[in-house]
Design a protein around this ligand. Structure first.
Ligand SMILES: [Mg+2]
Length: 270
């Protein structure tokens, strides 16, 4: 069954939530996918609307990404936003920085795996191994199509020989293999639960969570939502979302609409 497009009625419902928490992915959701992760800059209009929302009463904005926390914060650069990086392992919630206790123990193994991969994959042009301290991403977006299978075989072999494999798992994403710790808050579903229970009980009872993402990893977040919450898939890769939007540009339009309704109807102010 085709996922329905996010309709004006549902946008109204979101905008009128007594307490609204928006959990937003970064790449492919707030910015278009680009050739190198470092080039994914946030549009100034998007930055503005995120800042306005984050400053509104009874609204929280959380940006949850597979990126390392420091890079994510630098790219977004909006105050009062909660940041969750490394799929949940690193957080800055209400301004407080924390690292998942399980993540700290695997740092040495991430380094070892990076070292083995770099050696094995050095003949593959365009491959980009991103060490995120507590996890690792292997991007193959820029690898020539004819060499992707070869790269995959080499990656699998290094993985098969990895002595600390038991502490990690591989999650495929958009042209990327993500190597993440098995334990701790290491997927976006965990991140959603963590964010939910950081909200005081009284507010949590009337809270609506709205999750927006464009990738398979975002489906973990969608699966952790309650029935009254709302999931929105961006682009064509997400299968299990209640609603869909086509592009980050459409996401921007929806966020601007939410601001407009909330300002008008609820008198929220910055
Ligand atoms: Mg994404």
């Amino acid at each position: 069954m085709l996922t329905p497009k996010l309709d004006p009625g549902t946008i109204e419902k979101i905008a009128r939530a007594p307490f609204l928490m928006m959990v937003l992915d970064y790449d492919g959701t707030l910015t278009p996918i680009v050739k190198r992760p470092s080039l994914a800059r946030l549009d100034s209009r998007m930055r503005a609307v995120l800042g306005t929302l984050a400053g509104m009463r009874n609204v929280r904005i959380a940006i949850v990404s597979g990126r390392a926390l420091s890079g994510l914060e630098r790219l977004v650069g909006v105050k009062r936003v909660d940041y969750v990086g490394n799929h949940g392992l690193e957080r800055k919630i209400r301004g407080v920085h924390e690292i998942d206790p399980c993540a700290i123990r695997v740092r040495g193994f991430v380094l070892k795996f990076e070292h083995d991969l770099k050696k094995a994959l050095k003949g593959i042009p365009g491959i980009f191994i991103e060490n995120k301290v507590y996890s690792l991403s292997v991007h193959y977006r820029n690898v020539p199509a004819a060499l992707v299978n070869k790269a995959r075989r080499i990656f699998r072999k290094v993985w098969d020989d990895f002595s600390a494999q038991v502490y990690f798992h591989i999650r495929p994403g958009k042209k990327v293999w993500e190597v993440r710790p098995v334990q701790g808050c290491s997927d976006k579903g965990g991140a959603v639960r963590l964010l939910r229970y950081r909200v005081p009980r009284e507010k949590r009872k009337r809270m609506m969570m709205v999750c927006v993402g464009d990738d398979k990893t975002d489906e973990d977040a969608f699966a952790a939502l309650r029935r009254s919450d709302i999931s929105i898939g961006v682009g064509g890769s997400v299968r299990h979302a209640r609603f869909r939007l086509r592009s980050p540009e459409e996401v921007l339009g929806v966020l601007q609409r939410i601001v407009a309704i909330r300002k008008k109807e609820l008198g929220s102010h910055v």
